[in-house]
Design a protein around this ligand. Structure first.
Ligand SMILES: N[C@@H](CCC(=O)OP(=O)(O)O)C(=O)O
Length: 535
């Protein structure tokens, strides 16, 4: 199909897996016809005024072909070498094809380190933005030659979702060798049903087969596509799985675009048209910085806070700033500007005392002076972080229920559940002990209950200090801050807490619940030091 009329300009990311770029068998010939049709589609999209980013795998496959090898080998360095050989030729191939239609391209190679570092992330964002403004098509791949196992994206599905978030894409098209998500593997089961529209990825994950994809050369599959969809839709990007041979269907999909409505009755057209799976974007996209904190970062440590501090940072006026007075315990080490898990330490309570319709709780800071407000109203009034501390899970609960941490003894709180496959996927195993971070446990079983989202930036009232200055005595800024806190904030905040930092209560009475992530403005040693100074 060819485009009909000028539509509102969109930002579109198109991801092509290795299986779409080279044949899976030796001698790994490039799929020239298919690549040409992608190029034509992209150029037509450009002619309609849309901004397009390509995320292209295939460096290793092209490298294999160049070297006349039959296998890529198992060692990381072999793959890195092949990627180094192939990437240049891959981009040359793209440049050659796009040049035929006078479309300039640019190569962008990213690593997870580039995403984890805020400055580098913003630089990448600026570069994308500049290129798109110049009418260039950026072509993204992982910088395989310098990515080590622990910090690899690993598959380009994830990378394409991250790229979508960086450019604030309207659409992410994951082009692959099947048409869509199926309820079972259509290659083995003729009764497998296509899934055309996904409104709840967690629900659909339990209902579909994720064993439908994955080739000998690529690393992605249907499960990584679900993860990518989870990341991208959270950033406000509608995500579509589509057969790469049907790339022209992109025009149908964007013409019948997804409006703000997610109601089944109001979007019947989504169930018709070209065969593909559309994951509807979240109605309220996470803001860029919040998304980055949630999905772009490794959490380097944990800050355990009390309930009063938790209530305080939810207040708009607090700007999400956490004062040291509300900190119960630090688990580090972490540097300033690194991401940290935020955990609330609270008295154990029965779920009925929280989830009941009459539930009210103090929302104001400053001791007992806060007004009472229903937790439900709070949850709907502010979308980006959970407004109520998640209730204890019931036995047999699934990942839809809040996380439950055992009562903490000492400094080894170990989350018992992983609720977000996306986070499981993104958090490095080697760099984070337990590799068990969660940002979005839900508050109750209600399907529409907003999820907890990581949202807060910590201690931004505190001047940044040398991040790794473990042996450096507290700076004047720290002294000044501590003085300021002790004169204006500490007693108030301590009044908020209602929990003893020393943990005089028994473990059976306390539990710790992860509520999101934040950015530390102090390093862990400095926070400990500030806490020590006021004791
Ligand atoms: N960065 C690697 C591709 C990683 C990968 O396997 O991606 P995919 O084919 O999308 O599963 C390359 O260019 O060969």
């Amino acid at each position: 199909m060819t485009p009909k009329a000028k539509a509102a300009p969109l930002t579109i990311v198109i991801k092509l897996g290795t299986s779409s770029i080279v044949s899976p068998e030796y001698p790994f010939l490039p799929h020239l016809e298919l690549l040409s049709s992608i190029v034509e589609t992209v150029v037509k999209l450009r002619a309609l005024g849309h901004r397009v980013v390509l995320c292209s795998s295939g460096a290793i496959g092209v490298g294999l072909r160049r070297m006349g090898l039959k296998e890529r080998g198992k060692g990381l360095s072999q793959k890195q070498a092949l990627a180094a050989i192939g990437q240049g030729r891959l981009i040359a191939l793209w440049d050659n094809l796009f040049s035929q239609l006078d479309q300039p391209i640019a190569q962008i190679l990213l690593t997870r380190m580039d995403i984890s570092d805020r400055i580098r992330y913003l630089n990448a964002q600026n570069t994308f933005s500049e290129l798109l403004q110049m009418g260039v098509v950026p072509i993204v791949n992982e910088n395989d030659t310098v990515s080590v196992t622990e910090i690899k994206f690993g598959d380009n599905d994830t990378l394409s979702a991250i790229s979508s978030a960086i450019v604030h894409a309207d659409y992410l098209f994951l082009l692959t060798d099947v048409e869509c998500l199926y309820t079972d593997n259509p290659r083995n089961n003729p009764d497998a049903q296509p899934v055309r529209v996904v409104r709840d990825i967690e629900k659909v994950r339990k209902q579909v087969s994720t064993s439908t994809l994955g080739t000998s050369l690529g690393t992605g599959g249907m499960s990584t596509k679900l993860i990518a969809a989870e990341l991208a839709t959270a950033a406000g990007t509608t995500t579509v799985i589509m057969h790469s041979a049907k790339v022209g269907d992109i025009f149908h999909v964007i013409e019948n675009g997804v409006g703000p409505s997610r109601e089944v009755s109001e979007t019947p057209h989504l169930e018709r048209g070209p065969l593909c799976t559309r994951f509807l974007r979240r109605e309220s996209a996470m803001k860029d910085r919040k998304w980055w904190i949630a999905h772009g970062l490794h959490a380097a440590g944990t800050i355990v806070i009390d309930e009063g501090a938790y209530r305080a940072i939810q207040r708009k006026e607090s700007g999400g700033r956490l004062l040291p007075a509300g900190v119960v315990r630090i688990e580090g080490p972490f540097a300033s500007h690194q991401a940290v898990r935020l955990v609330v330490r609270r008295r154990k309570r029965t779920s009925s005392s929280i989830d009941g319709g009459n539930d009210t709780r103090l929302t104001g800071g400053g001791g007992g002076g806060g007004r009472r407000e229903s937790s439900h109203a709070l949850a709907s009034s502010r979308g980006s972080i959970d407004e109520s501390i998640p209730s204890s899970p019931t036995p047999g609960s699934t990942s839809d229920t809040p996380l439950h941490y055992p009562a903490v003894a000492g400094a080894s709180a170990t989350p018992s559940t992983l609720a977000s496959p996306a986070l499981r996927h993104l958090t490095g195993i080697a760099t984070i002990p337990n590799a068990s971070l969660v940002t979005s446990p839900t508050v109750s079983a209600q399907p529409d209950t907003p999820q907890i989202q990581p949202a807060m930036s910590l201690s931004s009232s505190i001047a940044s200090l040398d991040p790794l200055s473990k042996s450096v005595p507290p700076s004047p800024a720290i002294h000044a801050l501590a003085d300021r806190l002790s004169s204006v904030g500490v007693s108030t905040a301590q009044g908020q807490s209602g929990a003893s930092v020393g943990g005089e209560k028994t473990d059976e009475e306390w539990e710790e619940v992860e509520i999101g992530r934040g950015l530390a403005q102090y390093n862990s040693v400095e926070i400990d030091r500030i806490k020590g100074m006021r004791r």
